[in-house]
Write a protein that binds this ligand. Sequence first.
Ligand code: LIP
Length: 301
Amino acid sequence: MADINLQEIHDLLIEIAYEAGRLMLTATPSYLDSGTKKNSVDLVTETDRAVEFMVSSRLSKAYPSYSFIGEETYVPGETTLTSAPTFICDPVDGTTNFVHAFPAFCISLGFTVDKIPSVGVIYNPFLDELYTGIKGKGSFVTKKANGGGMEKLKLPLKKEPELLKDLSTCLIGAEWGSDRVGNNFDLKCKVFTKLAASKENGGAMVHSLRCVGSAALNLALVASGQQDVFWEGGCWAWDVAAGWCILEEAGGIMASGNPGNWNPEVDSRAYLAIRGAPSGQKEIVEEFWEVVGNGRLDYKS
Ligand code: LIP
């Protein structure tokens, strides 16, 4: 890691993210003419492909010896995350939101070394919100200030975040994803119901559940402290690599979405993120894992 200039990489990723944002805002995608991948809800647009092409071209020019993994060029069984310095790109995370003009989509650009998320840049062009982080140097959001102009704020947004009491006091991000059959879907339904149900009905009665529709933005929200927890199975390394770095730099932790694993791999496809707090993070993970119970999210790479 010593000879890798993370600051320089971070600065380039920000430039690229803004260029990607311009491409997204000038596109007019529609769910009527968007393409699909695995099934009718796994959407892909020309913009996803064009943005990824721009990103990989710029990165391979600047860093020809580093690896690149992108959602649109990923080849199952062939593309794998190694310990080499690797850029991990989701050109449009929240593609479903993008085609519906629901204002929660972004580009997610992560950089890993030894498989450790070391730089993260997430940009939502619709809201002009930029989340950034460098390992060991903190994470930030740059956004419109209330009084006009832009402001750069350190994450988490609260200087002294509250402790995490238990799940009943949490606002939780969770996603349906695009797999809507089988064990994974049944488990999600069970967990969603148990989180929402009243205590009398054997539930955790959490404050509420949110489906933002972008794993990267979910992680940015948890890093900011605007969501307490994010749980998802089915998303990929490109959905989480950038947000992971931003989250950890904001004092948050990433555990596995499956009970028992405190150190999940970036490409393990099942994640549980907890916001920064002076205490209670470990307890929330354990309580969440109890809700998951004996079930197991199991997605192929
Ligand atoms: C999407 C995620 C979303 C998740 C979907 C999908 P895409 O990424 O960010 O949160 O539920 O399964 O992975 O396809 O919009 O890049």
